[in-house]
Design a protein around this ligand. Structure first.
Ligand SMILES: [Zn+2]
Length: 261
């Protein structure tokens, strides 16, 4: 009797451990599926998007040129675009999810939330990753304000230059007209020329979008408002001083007249 009890217990124990093992295996598989589906860095995609916005789009807008959706630089080809546009930066330490309104202390936690909760909202249909263009767009130059002095790799520079030129050809085909032709030329000067180990050609030589800094604007307005008040104070002070010296002069004249007697 006791023996059958013991073997029943063993059987239950084995069954439970088997079940938990199956569960662990299933979890592992699902998490692997989750991480294996996307090979695109959100952070580098963000940097690439910022570079396109700052150093390319002002010229594209100026030419009134419509980039083809086939062009990899087209904003529609960013897997993370919809999620990035659903970020609400409320305060320095508050980021809110635009889909479910949940708040987070930092942007990286909101990124994790997007990865876990709104995974289905990624624009994966085209499988386009802006981070893949980082080599051509000089993401490292922008992301690290202090670029570490490493030896230039000629093979890597040639690879990036090739990628850069193929972007220029596919996004701004020269045969498409004068606007496309001008933008093709601009793209080569702005992004591709710097992919070289010879000399020190810097990227973005044609400049970019100019941001009016709100801080400087506020300071300028404040100075303009305070300047008249300052001059008024100086004027009043000088007038009082003049009055004071006139009174002193009168007193000294009077005392001089009285002395001889
Ligand atoms: Zn959410």
């Amino acid at each position: 009797m006791a023996r059958t009890n013991v073997s029943a217990c063993k059987l239950v124990f084995i069954l439970i451990s088997l079940q938990s093992m199956i569960q662990v295996f299933a979890n592992l598989q699902s998490s692997e599926e989750h991480t294996h589906e996307i090979h695109c860095s959100r952070e580098r995609s963000r940097t690439a998007y910022k570079i396109i916005e700052q150093y390319l789009m002002p010229f594209v807008e100026q030419e009134n040129y419509q980039m083809s959706p086939k062009c990899k630089l087209h904003p529609g080809n960013d897997i993370f675009r919809d999620q990035e546009e659903h970020k609400i930066h409320v305060d320095v330490n508050e980021w809110r999810c635009g889909y479910c309104k949940k708040s987070f202390r930092a942007e990286k936690f909101l990124d994790q939330h997007f990865d876990n909760r709104h995974y289905n909202l990624l624009n994966v249909s085209h499988n386009n990753c802006l981070a893949d263009l980082c080599g051509a767009l000089h993401c490292d130059h922008v992301a690290n304000s202090v670029v570490p002095k490493t030896k230039c790799n000629p093979a890597a520079a040639a690879r990036n230059r090739h990628l850069c030129e193929s972007l220029a050809d596919s996004c701004f085909p020269v045969h498409q007209g004068p606007s496309a032709s001008r933008l093709h030329e601009l793209f080569l000067r702005q992004f591709c020329d710097a992919h070289t180990c010879a000399g020190s050609v810097k990227p973005f030589v044609r400049g970019g979008r100019k941001h009016t800094n709100i801080f400087y604007l506020a300071i300028s307005i404040l100075i303009l408002m305070l300047l008249p008040i300052f001059y008024l104070i100086v004027f009043l002070y000088q007038r009082e001083m003049r009055k004071g010296t006139q009174v002193l002069r009168r007193i000294s004249k009077q005392s001089l007249k009285k002395k001889p007697s």
